[in-house]
Design a binder for this molecule. Structure first.
Ligand code: CA
Ligand code: CA
Length: 367
């Protein structure tokens, strides 16, 4: 798709707010989430042994195994529950978020143009909008992306359009729009990456994007049932172990952890698997379609093994927009708002939506 759902979101807030109930009744897909064929047969063996041979550059072996996916913790949202047992096979995972330098190498080798840089096709865009949505002025329908642009004072936290702005000219090369750049930021995570951009990069490297289960297993780092990836305390002994938001959200980001926006990769300690920023810094794409009831459905499977999510997307808040799950939280996650710096946290994001706090990393199968 050559348009941006980020802009659609901003255009459609008023329409969707009054039509969601009707759309929900009429268009909720009836398919339930499924696991892989492997799961349904319940016969395959988990691959937990680290393969012999060369370790893929920049990757670590995630051993696979059984873990508790989802959460019933008091900090968890409704879509994170229930908690249930899941098994994943072993896989290789990038140690860090894909950086600006790595993405530039891909673009220079292939000539790839990201979604945020492409002209907007109104005929395609309006298919995701409620019938009758008026066409915006041509000066609005320009390539761009969503940037974090909060007011300088406290505001109610029920309307996130108050701190997200559509910025014409914002893209991975210009994270804040025209005039901003990534010069000197080679080792920062690439951002404003839509799902198909991440997929294209992964394909070029011979990798793929992680499933939600793989990501969550990796983020737990061999622990389970804790409030955070590293234990039950957010800042053990006062130490910050991930880049998230401190201060009054969204207007007063005090950066006690050292960063008020994205940090260079590896600025915080890795988890037990050697993964950096698997929690915090920038959100990361998973390959699962989003549904709010994914865990409710998958938890019914006797042995839920290598789940790949539902067969199609459904978000009752924006039923016309295909969405995938993003994981890990970002430098904008605050305990006053979403506290999404937890392995079980999950957000729905339009597949063609780049954002200032959204990047990705890749995984690779053992074989
Ligand atoms: Ca921070
Ligand atoms: Ca991250």
């Amino acid at each position: 798709m050559r348009f941006c759902a980020s802009l659609i979101f901003l255009l459609s807030i008023s329409f969707l707010s009054c039509q969601t109930d009707k759309a929900t009744q009429n268009e909720a897909p009836t398919e339930t989430p499924t696991a892989t064929e492997e799961t349904q047969l319940q016969t395959s063996v988990l691959t937990s042994t680290k393969p012999d041979g060369e370790v893929p550059k920049g990757m670590v072996w995630i051993p696979g195994g059984q873990f508790i996916m989802g959460s019933d913790h008091e900090t968890a949202t409704e879509v994170e529950g229930p908690a249930y047992s899941v098994e994943v096979s072993g896989f290789w995972m990038d140690t860090h978020e894909v950086t600006n330098a790595e993405f530039r190498e891909f673009v220079e080798a292939t000539g790839y143009i990201t979604v945020s840089e492409r002209p907007i096709d109104w005929e395609e865009m309006k298919k995701q909008l409620p019938p009758g949505t008026p066409k915006p002025a041509d000066e609005v329908l320009q390539p761009g992306s969503l940037i974090f642009d909060p007011p300088n004072h406290a505001i109610p936290l029920h309307d996130y359009s108050q701190w997200w702005s559509w910025k014409i000219g914002a893209n991975w090369r210009h994270p804040k729009g025209p005039g901003s750049s990534i010069e000197g930021k080679d080792n920062f995570p690439v951002t404003h990456i839509a799902y198909e951009d991440a997929q294209a990069y992964a394909k070029w490297t011979g990798k793929r994007l992680p499933t939600e289960a793989e990501y969550e297993f990796a983020a737990q780092g061999g622990t389970t049932g804790q409030a955070f990836a590293w234990g039950d305390e957010l800042t053990p002994s006062g130490k910050y172990l991930a880049n998230f938001f401190q201060g009054d959200f969204p207007h007063n980001n005090v950066g006690t952890d050292g960063f008020t926006s994205a940090a260079p990769i590896k600025s915080f300690p890795p988890n037990a698997y050697g993964l950096y920023d698997i929690i915090g810094n920038v959100w990361e794409w998973s390959s699962d379609w989003y549904r709010p009831d994914t865990h409710a459905q998958q938890s019914k499977i006797t042995v839920c093994r290598n789940p790949t999510g539902p067969e199609q997307s459904y978000d009752p808040q924006e039923p016309l927009t295909p969405k995938r799950v993003i994981k890990g939280g970002s430098y904008l996650c605050s305990n006053q708002y979403c506290s999404n710096y937890r392995p079980s946290a999950r957000m729905a994001t339009a597949v063609d939506s780049g954002q200032e706090h959204l990047g990705f990393r890749c995984v690779k199968d053992a074989g």
